[in-house]
Design a protein around this ligand. Structure first.
Ligand code: PLP
Length: 438
């Protein structure tokens, strides 16, 4: 028999990557060449023997740090009891998690449909909105990221590359600008940005997409992949009022901004606006595949049995992890920690901005923080972002990027980050700016 592998090289990352190239589809992009062996708390441990401070959380998923003991314990218990049952029967973890979720979601968002990924939750939200309104059109935002499946990809407008060679996409999807004060075409203020976007929407409703055709607006309450942009305080309120006026549903995609990332359980709470439908995924089960569409009961109750479904959605082990995740939020002061660490990081970054010309904008809420890098008169500096990331990685800190030009440093540390870990990450990040951005 042919020898498949020679384990003598298992500490050598290059050897793993060569094996990967032989059998894994190259389409799955990775931010770093690290080959991770295991992870604990705020740290990743690579096969090359090095330890990395993780300011990525697996793209905003391990918000409680890696391997939180309460989540592990719940998962171990559930694995021994029941791993899978699907739509063959009902099970306790799904019912308990739905109950617990309904107790923390805003307003009357009381009923839940579980699936496996963010994109699937977005598909579910779109289907629900069309199903209950009987209207075709969905309005999404420039810079939005909602996932890779055909429906979610049709809403996504953060990078042309995501759509290249995949058309035709879903019809009756339209895009409007997201309020982005720093780059607003009518002036760099919150008020001007909100007015600009609401004016654009009004004109669209008058001339191209009559409100009676629109099932829903879907919006990230803090724009994620599109650049970690916090909308002006009254924008979502004005969008809510417009939806109410025309019987249009308002969907908040909180796949990335939810679960404490912004220092509150859901980003919508910062703005005092309750959507009709909310999508959740990423950190809902601390790394186990789980997602949810949450909506008002009067909407969910119109979605008839078998009009939508999933084999794996609401898997018992994922739900057990989801229950434990919410218990940790309830009992371990996670939100207060996220706010304190977020305020500290933001304060330091704003200080750095005063001395580094390349830092155009520092923005965010809680521990969802973006640092926009520019050169000259606000031209996006994509290259500088890549160099900062590389220097950080070489010094043991994993950070990400975002923004339509990939010129925004995306900081997504665990919400459980300690003061000492913040200090460690800060020293590396500040050092990277000193090395490449002076
Ligand atoms: C706001 C938002 N919605 C949806 C998705 C898609 O989630 P998934 O990759 O789990 O399909 C993402 C992923 O980054 C996201 O940030």
């Amino acid at each position: 028999m042919k020898a498949i592998r020679d384990d003598s090289q298992s500490d050598n990352s290059a050897w793993w990557l060569a094996r990967e190239r032989a059998h894994l589809a190259p389409v799955l992009y990775r931010y770093t060449p690290l080959v991770i062996d295991h992870a604990q708390g705020s740290y990743l441990y690579a096969r090359d023997g090095r330890r990395y401070l993780d300011f990525s959380c697996g793209i905003g998923v391990t918000n409680l740090g890696h391997g939180h003991p309460r989540v592990l314990e719940a998962v171990h218990r559930q694995v021994d009891k029941l791993i899978h049952i699907s739509v063959v029967a009902h099970h306790e973890p799904m019912i308990t998690l739905a109950e617990k979720l309904a107790s923390v979601t805003p307003g009357e968002l009381d009923k839940v449909f579980f699936s496996n990924s963010g994109a699937e939750a977005v598909e579910g939200a779109m289907k629900l909105a069309r199903y209950v309104t009987g209207r075709p059109a969905i309005i999404a935002f420039h810079g939005a990221f909602h996932g890779r499946t055909y429906g979610a990809m049709s809403l996504t407008a953060s990078k042309g590359h995501y759509r290249e060679r995949y058309e035709p996409l879903l019809p009756s999807v339209y895009h409007v600008p997201y309020p982005y004060a720093y780059r607003n075409p009518t002036g760099p203020s919150d008020q001007a940005a909100t007015d600009y976007v609401m004016g654009f929407i009004d004109e669209m409703l008058d001339t191209r997409v009559p409100p009676a055709n629109i099932a829903a607006f879907i919006v990230e309450p803090v724009l994620g992949e599109g650049g970690y942009i916090v909308p002006p305080a009254d924008f979502l309120r004005r969008l809510r009022a417009l939806c109410d006026e025309h019987g249009i549903l308002l969907v908040f995609d909180e796949v990335q901004s939810g679960y404490g990332r912004t220092g509150k359980m859901f980003a919508s709470e910062h703005f005092g606006v309750v959507p009709d439908i909310m999508t959740l995924a990423k950190s809902i089960a601390s790394g186990f595949p789980l997602a949810a569409v949450v909506a008002r009961a009067d909407l969910m109750d119109q979605w008839e049995p078998a009009a939508h479904g999933s084999t794996f959605g609401g898997n018992p082990v994922s739900c057990a992890a989801g229950i434990a995740t919410l218990e940790v939020f309830e009992q371990e002061g996670v939100l207060a920690n996220a706010r304190a660490r977020g305020d500290e990081l933001m304060r330091r970054l704003r200080g750095l901005q005063r001395t580094v010309a390349a830092i155009g904008d520092v923005r965010g809420l809680g521990l969802m923080i973006g640092v926009e890098l520019v050169k000259g008169d606000r031209a996006p500096d994509t290259d500088l972002n890549a160099r900062i990331r590389k220097v950080c990685l070489d010094s043991g800190l994993v950070i990400l990027s975002c923004g339509i030009h990939d010129n925004v440093i995306r900081l997504v540390p665990p919400l459980t980050l300690s003061e000492a870990e913040l200090e460690e990450g800060w020293q590396v990040l500040q050092g990277a700016f000193q090395e490449v951005a002076r």
